[in-house]
Every structure is written in C-alpha cells, then in structure tokens.
Design a protein around this ligand. Structure first.
Ligand code: S3P
Length: 469
C-alpha cells in the first residue's frame, strides 16, 4: 500500500466507526471573541467541484491532476468509490491529487458496497455513473444519508435501462444493475437540483446520442463546465428562468488539470462571522464566484454588508476572487424564491445573520431545505429559537425577526448530523450575549476540516472563541 493512500483508509475506518455509534459525539461551544476577527484566510476547496474532479477524472482517459481538492470526509468517500470502481486515485501532497481514469464504460464492478457517508452529492452523482455501466453495485450511507430521497435520481435513470432496488420511499441502501446498452435520457427536472441534473448527464456519458436535461430554474453548472473542460460536447440554452442542457454521449474524455477554488458555501461562515463581530475585517482569498453560487453574497449586500471582490480571475472554467468583508449593521430583507438555488446551502447561516439584523427577513420557497443533510428548515428555526430569536415557518418560508441587537444565545443546538447547522450555530455563538453550544461538531469535517482552528486564528491571540464543551 503506497503511503499516500493511508490518510483515506484511516479516515474511512474512523468514519464507519462513528457512523455506527454515537460514541464520538463532539460537543462544542462558541462565545464572543476577545478581539475582532481579522487577517487573511483561505477556506477549503469547493465540495461540488472536488467530487466532480474525482468522478470525471475516473471517467477520463489519462491523468487528471487536481490542486486544492477538499479533503473533507464527503470527498474522501468519492475518492474511495472511484478507487473501488478501478480508477487510480492518489494523494500526492496536501490538496494535490491525481487520478488515472478508466475511460467511459471502462469502470470495474465494485467488490463491495459503496458507502458514501454523509454525502448526497456523492451518492446521487455516483448513481448516475453506475446506471450506464453494465454491472451490479450497492450504494449506502450514514443515518442522515439513508433518510434522504433517492427516487429523484432513480426515476430518471430507470429510463436508460438500469434497474434499481431501494428501501421503502426510495431510501438507501440502493442496489443498481447498470444498463448494458444504455439509452440516452431526455428529462425535465421536477425540482431545481444540480445533483439530479448531474446524475442524468453522467449517465448520458455512456449512452449513444444526445442526452437532454431541462431545468425549470438554473442550478449550479459545475458539471457542464467540467464536462467541457474534459473535452465533452455540451450546449446550454437559456429557457425562461431555466436552461436546457444537451450532451453528446460517448465522448472521449481526456484527463485534465483542475484547480479547485475555495468553497463559497464554506466562506459564508467566516464572512457572516466578520459581519456580526464588531470591528472585524477579513480577506478570504481564492473563493469560487460562480454566479449560480453567489446568492448569499447578493443578499448580504442588500442587507447592508460591505463585501467586495478583488483579484478576480478564471480557474479551470470557474470565476474566482478574493473577498473582503467588514463588520456592518445589517437590516432585514425579503429573499425571493427564484434566488434559492443559488444559495441553497446558505440559508442556515443567512438566518443567523438575519437574527442579528434590524427588522424582519423572509426567506421564501425553501421546500428543498427539508431534504438536505437534515430537515434544515425545521432545524434552522429550532437553532434560532433555542437562542432566544423570534422565528417562524410559514409554508415553505422562514421568517426571522431581528432586533438589530445581539441575540440572547445560551442555547444547546441539536445538529442532526448536519455540518452546516453546526457551523451556523457556532457563528451565532460568536455574536450572542451568552455562549452557544452544539451537541456534535464532528460533521463539520465533511465539508470544512480545520473550521475551528481557522475561526480561532481569525480571533487572534487569547482565549479561544470556539472550544470543547
Ligand atoms: C450540490 C447541489 C445541491 C447542494 C449540495 C451540492 C452539487 O444539492 O445542496 O450541497 O454539488 O450538485 P441539490 O442540487 O440537490 O439542491
């Protein structure tokens, strides 16, 4: 076993032990920092792009070199799955990986169940790949992922000729018998989901002819960008608020270099923390600024945030820049439902910002939040309510009544195996009158390894603001 593979194996063992029991709950507490947040920091690589770089690398011929890969547990699951399908996936140095792909149609049948841990993206995109490869595979995940709906990918992928068997309600574990001669798909998404869109496109890679996906609202287009980067023929046409994507099947994908930008969904946490802690000023270097991901930044600006971009550039087909943020008094706003896909993972942290803003913030059209790593609509409301914030759910809307003052805090937040709830609650603790505690911070490692150290470093010397409870 080459030494560079060891971290993944080690993490795999730790993960499965934790997934099976509650023994490793990691309670954590956040309190107001002694000093303002300041300095320059970098957040880990983009999770969506990291998964795709490994997957497209495994489907390409030749070598893909990845810089800045997110080494969070979700992405390590994808790396392990691509290995189980026969690709060579190697960590050369921190964040620097290479993949020697098998070519489209060249994957091997995995010898064992593919455990995708906490990651819905990994599970659903993988289902798309497997549907058009003639072999048997089983996908499972942790307790959170096994609760999440898979019918949304099973239904469209069945039309290519694949056969699926899942638990009641289309839940994992999911057994897949991939199609021998897959048919191309023509599918209109019933929900705005980049995961479902990407699953259909990945399936179409190993089907002859044109695969076509129509999305009613534009969702993150990292798959489309990366498919082009690897040599596929993809066209995108605007269609009202949505898009029609067409892919010519069975292309020759060639290994490519991918530089993964910092994840804007991770940058969201230090950004909101800096907005809320008086006197703060942070620069976050190298953040992905794909316009289908930046709804939070637009919303924060409407709320009165000073958030500027410097050094804007393009890396591997994606816009990137440095973000500068300064503490500001925020005011409540209305967030239209059409903006939801471009900030779908950012509502818990926006709700924390809204709790400290003056006036009411209404976030509309959040039905998809109910099927994330947790029911994030209910859990975000509970997070705020536990800390003395007035909050309500009306239909699919979340309404937060801010007072323009720091919330009381002092609550214990249940994180439901959800990394973004844990980080949102901890950021609230940096601003609230009393410390905020989370029952389990361990899932932060799925997307933002190093979060606690990075936030404590931004708060400078002295007593740490985030500490074991
Ligand atoms: C993702 C898409 C989003 C997002 C998830 C990552 C992706 O899910 O919530 O964290 O990488 O495609 P949906 O597309 O299902 O909304």
């Amino acid at each position: 076993m080459p030494p560079e593979r060891l971290p993944v194996k080690r993490r795999g063992r730790v993960l499965s032990a934790r997934a099976m029991t509650d023994a490793a709950l990691r309670p954590l507490r956040a309190r107001r920092p002694a000093a303002a947040l300041s300095g320059t920091l970098a957040v880990p690589g983009d999770k969506s792009i990291s998964h795709r770089a490994l997957m497209f690398g495994a489907l390409a011929v030749g070598r893909t070199r990845i810089a800045g890969l997110l080494e969070g547990e979700d992405v390590l699951r994808t790396a392990a799955a691509m290995r189980a399908l026969g690709a060579e996936v190697v960590r050369d140095a921190p964040g620097a990986w290479h993949v020697a792909g098998r070519g489209i149609g060249g994957l091997e049948e995995p010898a064992d169940v593919l455990d995708m841990g906490n990651s819905g993206t990994a599970a659903r995109l993988l289902a798309g790949i497997l549907a058009s490869h003639p072999m048997f595979a089983v996908i499972t995940g942790d307790a959170s992922l096994r609760r999440r709906p898979m019918r949304r990918v099973i239904d469209p992928l069945t039309a290519c000729g694949a056969r699926f068997a899942a638990r009641e309600g289309g839940r994992l574990p999911l057994a897949i018998e991939g199609a021998r001669d897959a048919l191309p798909l023509d599918y209109r998404l019933p929900v705005a989901s980049a995961q479902v869109k990407s699953a259909v496109l990945l399936c179409g890679l190993n089907a002859p002819g044109i695969t076509r996906v129509e999305e009613p609202e534009a969702t993150r287009d990292h798959s489309e960008n990366m498919l082009r980067h690897f040599g596929a023929e993809v066209s995108v046409a605007e269609a009202g608020a949505g898009r029609i994507i067409t892919l010519r099947g069975q292309p020759d994908l060639f290994g490519a270099d991918v530089t993964v930008p910092g994840d804007p969904s991770s940058a969201a946490f230090p950004i909101v923390a800096a907005l809320l802690v008086p006197g703060s000023h942070l620069r976050i270097a190298g953040v992905g600024l794909n316009p289908l991901r930046t709804g939070l930044f637009a919303t924060l600006r409407e709320m009165g945030a000073t958030l500027t971009v410097e050094n804007q550039r393009i890396a591997a087909g994606e816009p990137v820049g440095d973000l500068l943020v300064t503490h500001a008094a925020l005011r409540g706003v209305e967030v239209p439902p059409a903006r939801a896909p471009s900030m779908i993972d950012e509502f818990p942290i926006l709700a924390v910002a809204a709790a400290c803003a003056e006036g009411t913030t209404r976030m509309r059209g959040l039905h998809e939040l109910r099927v994330k790593e947790s029911d994030r609509l209910a859990a975000t409301a509970a997070l705020l309510a536990a800390n003395g914030v007035h909050v309500a759910i009306e239909g699919d809307d979340l309404i937060v009544h801010g007072t323009g003052r720091a919330p009381p805090g002092g609550g214990l937040v249940t994180t439901h195996m959800d990394h973004r709830l844990a980080m949102s609650a901890l950021v609230l603790g940096l601003a609230a009158d009393q410390p905020v505690q989370v029952d389990d911070a361990s899932f932060i490692d799925t997307s933002f390894p190093g979060f606690v150290d990075l936030m404590n470093a931004a708060a400078g010397e002295g007593a740490p603001a985030l500490l074991a409870a």
